[in-house]
Design a protein around this ligand. Structure first.
Ligand code: HEM
Length: 469
């Protein structure tokens, strides 16, 4: 095993990791032990942490490092059904991933614009009600993202954010995300999975609710009106109708994969929306530039269209730079070895969990000039065209290779419509008390999200909100 800190009985070296900023603790350890190290957290075997970019890229493309660790929380979440996020690398995984990638692409080409536009309008109408007041945007962003992904994945068409089913999904989602954190007591001390406790009770209730809701969705989705198919298309429907299903297990796997897409998508986009709002408020000149570009490209009182992404490269660069500096998945999603392997002179046994230094590489001066500076222009070439992020070796925001995120393109579509529509309607300002400074370090739960902050939205004068919304 690679070198690493010594460990205490029971807790291992968990005391050396700050649960609010684990990526910074891991960075400190890597300065001492190098680009690959091992550490014991709690009662579990040593895990391997890798921050060396060349090694990370090898991990992404090696089948033997493309399993997921058998974490208790994943096991109970998925009930041992092989959904896309948690299943081991193999034929079933490859089939599921292929189906999911195709389903997401179909949605992008059919209903995405219609669905996102409809829900963004609900969100903007809601924001107009609190116009001029200062507020914490977190709750409304959770409602927005859960609503968006309920629509994209299940085809849910809620009449506003107060819908009781949507509210149940939101509250369960919060509980599940807390329990998934690698630093949650349930994941550090596996003992808690067998002793009755409040976390377990909350967790099981969410899983029960989820199963009831998804089952209902699967029945409802069959009723899609074929005349308006394009607008109503959703991921569950595509998966269940367009692919050969030979056995019951296939259906279970597909449904679990769709739920994973809901969970992974809504959670990552939620965090990204919050970072984006914060950055729009922090960098007002950049917000003005985005606004000016949007006014030039998007017609008066028209809602922006995903196709206009190509005409608004600075807006896309702003989104990519937010992802680089404010990467939510600071430690990625853990990988696991499926065989004994040798990495950089170290023998890593089969079944070892591997965590990757995403944040470290995205905020490292070795990879990015003036890495700590927020500078969207780094994603534009000399002709002001957007540089393809796929060509940048160190832009590992979505991972690469076998376990790469299947939601990368739809994330950019969603974020593009979020930023352009919001900025077209409102001036976004941070609300800070006298002398107050914003904490840009963020707080870790499952991913890294901004510490609480308040914003104020002011309506743009030259837009007719009634026509636009
Ligand atoms: C801010 C946006 C997002 C970021 C930064 C992000 C990042 C990531 C990362 C780093 C991984 C793990 C890669 C690895 O293990 O090597 C991942 C996996 C995954 N993401 Fe995303 N993601 C985002 C949005 C989305 C969206 C919108 C969806 C769904 C539409 C999605 C669905 C998934 C799924 C299902 C996996 C598991 C893939 C697998 O295990 O093979 N993500 N994502």
């Amino acid at each position: 095993m690679p070198p690493g800190p010594w460990s205490l009985p029971v807790i291992g070296s968990i005391h050396q990791i700050d649960p609010k900023q684990p990526h910074r603790s891991f960075k400190k350890l890597s300065l001492k032990y190098g680009g690959i190290l091992s550490i014991r957290m709690g009662l579990r075997d040593r895990i391997v942490y890798i921050t060396d970019l060349d090694l990370i890229n090898k991990i992404f493309f090696d089948q033997r490092t493309s399993d997921r660790p058998p974490l208790n929380v994943f096991k109970y979440l998925t009930k041992d059904i092989d959904g896309i996020g948690s299943s081991s690398y193999g034929n079933n995984f490859k089939k599921q991933k292929h189906l999911i990638v195709n389903a997401i692409n179909t949605i992008r080409n059919t209903s995405a614009q219609h669905k996102i536009e409809k829900i963004m309008k609900q969100y903007l109408r809601r924001m107009s009600e609190s116009e001029g007041e200062s507020f914490d945007p977190k709750e409304s962003i959770i409602e927005l993202t859960c609503s968006l992904f309920s629509s994209l994945v299940y085809g849910s068409d809620y009449n506003g954010f107060n819908d009781p089913e949507l509210q149940t999904i939101i509250s369960n989602h919060k509980t599940v995300m807390d329990c998934i954190s690698p630093f949650h007591p349930l994941n550090i001390m596996s003992l808690f999975w067998w002793i009755p406790n409040k976390w377990l009770r909350g967790f099981y209730k969410c899983i029960k609710d989820r199963d009831i809701i998804i089952t209902r969705k699967c029945y409802q989705t069959k009723k899609i009106n074929s005349e308006d198919k394009n607008h109503q298309e959703n991921i569950i429907n595509i998966l269940l109708t367009e692919h050969d299903i030979h056995e019951k297990q296939d259906i279970k796997n597909l449904i679990m994969s769709a739920w994973t897409v809901f969970l992974a998508g809504s959670e990552s986009v939620r965090s990204l929306c919050l970072w984006t709002l914060q950055n729009l408020g922090l960098y007002t000149q950049m917000q003005n530039r985005i606004y000016h570009d949007v006014q030039t490209v998007v017609e008066e009182n028209s809602f922006p269209n995903i196709q206009q992404k190509h005409e608004l490269p600075y807006t896309c660069a702003f989104i990519l730079e937010t992802m680089r500096v404010c990467q939510a998945n600071v430690l990625g999603i853990p990988h696991c070895t499926s065989a004994d392997i040798q990495i950089d002179n170290n023998v890593i046994p089969k079944g070892t969990m591997i965590m990757l230094g995403f944040w470290d590489n995205l905020n490292n001066s070795k990879q990015w000039a003036e890495a700590t500076k927020f500078n969207p222009d780094r994603f534009l070439d000399e002709n002001n065209k957007l540089i393809k992020y796929q060509t940048l070796n160190s832009f590992i925001v979505f991972g690469k290779g076998h376990r790469m995120c299947p939601g990368s393109s739809i994330t950019l579509d969603l974020m593009f419509l979020f930023v352009t529509a919001l900025v077209k309607c409102f001036l976004v300002e941070l609300h800070l008390k006298d002398g107050e400074k914003i904490d840009t370090n963020g707080q870790f739960s499952f991913g890294l999200e901004p510490s609480p902050y308040k914003i104020r939205l002011t309506k743009r004068n030259n837009i007719n909100h009634d026509n636009f919304l």
